[in-house]
Design a protein around this ligand. Structure first.
Ligand code: O2Y
Ligand code: MN
Length: 622
């Protein structure tokens, strides 16, 4: 029988890098004595470490090395079918008062959750290595950046964190200098030995059917159990950079948002505009972040594709950084047609999860440029032929992912790592809406902008496994699964930030690329043609063009909007902006009902916006 090892602080200290501070060593010791790993390893983020861990994972069956001629230094992982996405139903905000989590979060009492997790973590790493992973969200040492330490028993998480964050020795050095850090504890929940010494075999994708993705916003802690996948396990991303950071941001007067950041450069003048945009999951955010304009005169460069941290600068404007260092993008549908820049980003040094494998050791997914080959290994590890496709089976999981270093993006913005961020000119809110929502609308005033964000709703796709695909779900500010506190208080925080920055706060725009005609065809070409909408927005935000007052906001005049080369005449244009007052009255009833769940936390400004919206509908009906 193998007995559990007890770790002394001195022993952990001896194995730790010299600059690990005492409080960190103490925390690691405490977690080691609970989880009982066979060994502790401090990740340094080096190439040597990457090579060693990826090789070990190839040998252990977690990774398949892709053809080095086609995809150098790239790997494929296959998860279990029970562990393919974020699990919103098992995501908890643990704060003292339930009302502080609000009606849109799963709340848990912190003491009760700690007790539950203590049991789950007792011995959970037996037979495994405990990896200690220091990381920075945002450029190392930057004024908007934050530090964290993830403890994990998954080597897949370690190498993924190396891509997605600034991970390793440099982050630890800052922690050693006394900078604050967020503790993030993770286990896949699959010990290789139990308390009485009985062992079990390692598997390619260890995880547990029972999952807990927990956040303690009052103490800035994260504890995740049972999943090895994506947002559940790479704790710098949704758990830290959104749920915990949103609560930090509220306390400290900044903003943590589920937004891409892009720079639009007017080539003739060199003038730069920066836009952030919030879309619910699976609305093509990565595509917009890497947009290739179809209209002449503009160049887009990418600052971030998923998360923005924004702070007021000394000049009173709002500045944004991308806290991440990589992209964790949805593979299916990504191609040289839809997103050539993402395709070029993933040529090397990337991890693919749950995509299909070709016979020559490359990756394949539905919607990639290459036609379906005669034979593949699908995401489940089974042979896959065109007959399977004809049966409706997918070769790649719909939520399969590429994990790629942002610096490899050919259009990465030269200032993407600017520590103080880039100044924001406009903020977009979008969703996947077949009906009602026009192509673009500008806020009437700041409170209307917050109303636009609060009333975002989108047709659901595969990422949220616990919601029926195709149905419309409210997703305020695209933050529904990511806001670490009461959503109505979050709207209040936006109103406060707007009041603080006054006229320097960026104008807000509602966009919808997904409106369909009566035959069910998309009315707007989307992709690179979304540059036309950005063109109008930056000219409008800069006061160059007028707008027409409408029911949902202010709309472009057709003559101010670049439609050159598109098959969109005035009739089609009008359809893109058509308002059906009865349909909007019904939508507003639904929005109002949605808002009632927030009770008296709902800001009065939002209630007032409902009233103004009803007046605009009545005027349109008259
Ligand atoms: O399913 C997951 O674990 C990933 S979800 C995700 C990944 C990258 C960017 N955004 C999202 C999201 O759900 O918003
Ligand atoms: Mn996202």
């Amino acid at each position: 029988m193998t007995s559990d090892k007890t770790y002394s602080v001195e022993e952990v200290r001896a194995g730790a890098p010299a600059d690990a501070p005492e409080e960190l060593v103490a925390w690691v010791t405490e977690q080691a004595n609970l989880a009982k790993p066979d060994s502790i390893y401090w990740a340094d983020g080096s190439d040597e470490e990457w090579d060693r861990l990826t090789t070990e994972m190839v040998e252990g069956g977690t990774f398949t090395r892709l053809n080095p001629e086609k995809r150098p230094n790239c790997f494929l992982a296959r998860s279990l079918p029970s562990d393919v996405a974020r699990v919103e139903s098992r995501t908890f905000i643990c704060c003292e008062k339930e009302e502080d989590a609000g009606p849109t979060n799963h709340w848990a009492d912190p003491a009760e959750m700690r007790a539950t997790l203590k049991e789950k973590f007792d011995g959970v790493m037996r037979g495994r290595t405990m990896y200690v992973v220091p990381f920075s969200m945002g450029p190392l040492g930057g004024p908007i950046s934050q530090l964290g330490i993830e403890i994990t028993d998954s080597a897949y998480v370690v190498v993924s964190m190396r891509i997605m964050t600034r991970m390793g020795a440099a982050a630890l050095k800052l922690i050693g200098e006394g900078k604050p850090w967020v503790p993030a504890l993770h286990s896949v929940g699959y010990p290789l030995r139990d308390a009485d010494g009985t062992t079990r075999e390692e598997v390619a994708w260890p995880c547990n059917d029972d999952k807990y993705i927990t956040h303690f916003p009052e103490t800035n802690e994260i504890i995740s159990y049972g999943s090895g996948y994506g947002g559940n396990a790479l704790l710098g991303k949704k758990c830290f950079a959104l749920r915990i950071a949103s609560t930090m941001a509220r306390r400290d007067g900044w903003m943590a948002e589920h937004m891409l950041i892009l720079r639009l450069t007017e080539e003739a003048t060199g003038k730069q505009f920066h836009v952030t945009a919030a879309f619910p999951s699976a609305c093509g955010k990565t595509n917009l972040a890497m947009l290739q304009p179809t209209i002449p005169g503009y160049k887009v460069s990418t600052v971030g594709d998923d998360i923005a941290w924004m702070r007021p600068g000394a000049d009173g404007r709002l500045y944004a950084i991308n806290p991440e260092a990589g992209f964790f993008g949805v593979a299916p549908g990504t191609s040289y047609h839809t997103n050539p820049m993402a395709m070029d980003t993933m040529k090397a040094n990337s991890i693919f999860t749950n995509v299909a494998l070709t016979d020559d050791g490359d990756v394949w997914w539905e919607g990639i440029d290459a036609p379906l080959p005669d034979h593949l290994i699908d995401w489940l590890g089974n042979d896959y032929t065109p007959a399977d496709a004809a049966d409706g089976k997918k070769a790649a999981h719909p939520n399969s992912r590429f994990t790629v270093p942002a610096e490899q993006c050919p259009i990465i913005c030269e200032d993407w790592e600017a520590p103080a961020g880039v100044p924001i000119d406009a903020i977009l809110f979008g969703g996947r809406r077949a009906t009602n929502v026009p192509l673009v609308a500008e806020q009437y005033d700041p409170a209307h902008g917050v109303f636009i964000g609060a009333s975002v709703a989108s047709e659901v796709t595969a990422a949220a496994t616990d919601v029926k695909a195709g149905s419309l779900r409210h997703d305020p500010f695209a933050m529904l699964p990511f806001c670490g506190y009461n959503m109505a208080d979050y709207w209040g925080h936006w109103l406060e930030m707007q009041a603080k920055l006054g006229s320097k706060f960026p104008k807000i725009y509602q966009v919808n690329w997904f409106r369909k005609d009566e035959e069910g065809h998309f009315m707007w070409p989307g992709y690179g043609d979304n540059s036309r909408v950005l063109d109008w927005i930056v000219r409008r935000a800069g006061g160059e063009v007028e707008a027409i007052d409408g029911v949902t906001g202010r709309y472009p005049k057709i003559e101010d909007f670049n439609l050159d080369g598109l098959d969109i005449d005035e009739a089609k244009w009008n359809k893109l902006f058509e308002i059906n007052p009865a349909a909007w009255a019904a939508e507003l009833d639904d929005t109002e009902e949605y808002f009632t769940q927030f009770g008296d936390k709902l800001p009065a400004e939002i209630t007032a916006e409902l009233g103004k919206f009803r007046e605009r509908i009545a005027a349109a009906q008259a």
